[in-house]
Design a protein around this ligand. Structure first.
Ligand code: PMP
Length: 395
């Protein structure tokens, strides 16, 4: 590979792709634990984990070892063949899954996991309509995009999207009104992520479960962002609710592309062979990384760890009592700092101070740090957040 200057890489990277992303002007070269390093040797505390993907941080030795071992043995294995590592990974994933979910369809991304859930729901019920939430996010492929609530993503494609009705998140009465005898599924995030970090209010998901059951519609929970980081394996456990279908991706293989659609036995057996599939889905490399990730989450007690550290992080942010902060929301290590101003300048000020975080909605600074973050790193993060808020306030 040709050695290039930072500015040459930035220019090439931008000029060879459609301009779909707001670029940060950073060339990443390496990561270790909760830290990322750029081409100029500057380091950043990573509070975004590549949109929630690197749940164990960067270059986790156990995941790296599993990837290397699998890559030198067998990289791909079509699902018409069985694979030892796929079987072991599925066994582990379904052992920690919410009650009643006994099978999983494997794919390569969150959107694909959602797409499969919708296809199962349409095919199993023979119904057409889907009900989703305003502010919800489910991905960019056409089915997932139809379910996504943000009009700006859907507008250019409205003519080709399947029918989805969007109701306000958290309003069980509005949902009950929208669900009828033609409703195949209700799809919701137990904690809305992209929309601004809104955990479901107590009782809401149980009420949605009751409404869907009564109408003969399936409940799809999208845990692509919330799985593993809220202090439970899956966020729906906090509500004591099990869906008919559950979507996972992002953190599941700590950075190797993967998606999984978990489902009940009834749903799984309702579709005949050949009606859905994926060439790369269930590949041994992703399964090996996934198995190592799940085993590490369990062995290192990172699920209860996320509950404790998330509570501490949230308390420290609240203790700032900063005049620009309207609210600190979230659960475990899925946190949102809702501001009285737009989040963009605060995120920029944070990046200038060596901290990477994400926007959500227009006023929320979203924090999806790796679960291996230390208390010292939380303290450092809170200090830098305070400095960034002060800098924006002074301007
Ligand atoms: N569902 C949710 C809840 C998500 O947060 C995302 C990604 N932000 C997706 C689905 C889509 O995942 P992907 O980008 O891997 O397709």
């Amino acid at each position: 590979m040709t050695a290039r200057s930072t500015s040459a890489i930035l220019q090439l990277d931008e000029s060879l792709q459609p301009p779909l992303y707001a670029k940060r002007g950073i060339v990443l070269v390496r990561g270790e634990g909760a830290w990322l390093y750029d081409s100029d040797g500057q380091r950043y505390l990573d509070l975004m984990s590549n949109y929630g993907v690197n749940i164990l941080g960067h270059a986790h030795p156990r995941v790296t070892a599993a990837i290397v071992a699998q890559a030198s043995r067998l990289l791909s294995c079509h699902q018409s063949f069985a694979s030892d590592v796929r079987a072991a990974f599925l066994e582990k994933l379904l052992a920690v899954a919410p009650h009643g979910l006994s099978r999983a369809f494997l794919s390569n991304s969150g959107a694909e996991a959602v797409e499969a859930a919708l296809k199962f729901a349409w095919a199993v019920t023979g119904r057409r309509k889907v009900v989703a939430a305003k502010r919800g996010y489910h991905g960019r492929t056409l089915g997932a995009l139809a379910a996504t609530g943000e009009p700006k993503y859907r507008q250019p494609f409205l003519a080709v999207l399947p029918e989805v009705v969007h109701v306000p998140y958290g309003d069980a009465a509005a949902l009950a009104e929208a669900v009828d005898n033609d409703t195949a599924a209700v799809i919701l995030e137990p904690v809305q992520g992209e929309g601004g970090i809104y955990p479901a209010e107590p009782g809401y998901l149980a009420e949605v479960r009751r409404i869907t059951r009564e109408a003969g519609a399936l409940l799809v929970l999208d845990e692509v962002q919330s799985a593993f980081r809220t202090g439970a394996w899956f966020a729906c456990e906090h509500a004591g609710v099990s869906p008919d279908l559950l979507c996972v991706a992002k953190g599941l293989a700590n950075g190797v592309p993967i998606g999984a659609t978990l489902m009940t036995e009834d749903v799984a057996l309702a579709l005949p062979a050949g009606v859905h599939g994926s060439t790369f889905g269930g590949n041994p490399l992703a399964c090996a990384a996934g198995l190592a990730t799940l085993e590490t989450l369990e062995d290192d007690r990172l699920i209860p760890g996320a509950a404790e550290l998330g509570l501490y992080f949230r308390q420290q942010l609240l203790a700032l009592g900063h005049p620009l902060v309207r609210d600190v929301r979230g659960i475990g290590l899925m946190l949102g700092l809702d501001l009285k101003v737009r989040s963009t300048p605060v995120l920029k000020a944070l990046q200038e101070r060596g901290v990477l975080a994400l926007p959500a909605g227009t006023t929320v600074v979203r924090l999806l740090p790796p679960l291996i973050l230390s208390r010292d790193e939380v303290d450092l993060a809170v200090a830098r957040i305070a400095q960034a808020l002060d800098a924006v306030r002074e301007r």
